[in-house]
Write a protein that binds this ligand. Sequence first.
Ligand code: UT7
Length: 324
Amino acid sequence: MKARIAGTGSYAPTRVLTNADLERMVATSDEWIRERTGIRERRIAATGEACSDLAVQAGRRALTAAGVAATDLDMILVATCTGDFPLPATACLVQHQLGATKAGACDLSAACCGFVYALSVADAYIKTGMRHVLVIGSEVMSAITDWTDRNTCVLFGDGAGAAVLSASDGERGILSTDLRSDGTLCELIMVPGGGSRTPPSEKVITERLHNIKMKGNETFKVAVRTLEEIARTTLSSNHFRVEDLDLYVPHQANVRILRAVMERLGLPIEKVLLNLDRYGNTSAASIPIALDEAVREGRIKDGSLVMLGAFGAGLTWASAMIRW
Ligand code: UT7
């Protein structure tokens, strides 16, 4: 039994925040942002628009593409680090909005790797008897961004992407997933306040401890190394070579990271999906948004061999090999 991706969907808020807009907010320039990151613009959720709102839109589109009714879902997994509330899980809000009356629902926290981690969970559910699982990556990063910190505020954006996984007897589906983590590097990307270690307080707000902090330069080096390593592991465990891939869909954090990985792997740019110029880093949403674009643009077709690669806070890194 394989977990086949039966349909994808995505949603991005309508408000566009350009590099020129950011020039008016912090000491930065369009040129710096484009050259150092590859980002030109990102989407920002409207006031009152939360993680589940984005997730529901993406989820509905994925269900339509798959031809699966919400009432047929066995499980909903939402990968996010910016859920509507600390409690309950955002997936339960999505379950209600979609009318998925027979589905279980929970969130998965693995930052930018969240979607790939959630795919691996869905794959295991399907191999042990579930029929249809909706996996969503949804983020409102603008809610945890420090808009006075030029080191981070130019990087992130909001959005959601989703995939319906359905049980299938054929050769198509998720061939393998690889998951890794190294908690010794937990301080490289962190929201230090607002959790049980430092609960919400005036000090948390004043010192902006509820906002994301990142040691970008150190993260950059680990990202290049781990993305290359895990891609090689996934290729070799499936007995594939780089040339066999039709498309590599990586987490969209920084075009320089991805260029370095492509060079190390010998992957030509035509085989890599890059859309971070328009969305920035949308954390757990970045890979499913990119996947949905690739499907809709015809870059992924039935039978395509697709590899996913992600890294992020934790640190975590992960990959998946899919026969579409
Ligand atoms: O998805 C989660 C995983 N996260 C990532 O993948 C992020 C990985 N890291 C990165 O993408 C890059 O490290 C950044 C884009 C965050 C930064 O690029 P960098 O080439 O590593 O720059 P840097 O941090 O070494 O900073 C270089 C200079 C510094 O100035 P000085 O000290 O050389 O005078 C920064 O203060 O660039 C300065 N700088 C900026 N200048 C203009 C940092 N941010 C900005 C900015 N505009 N927005």
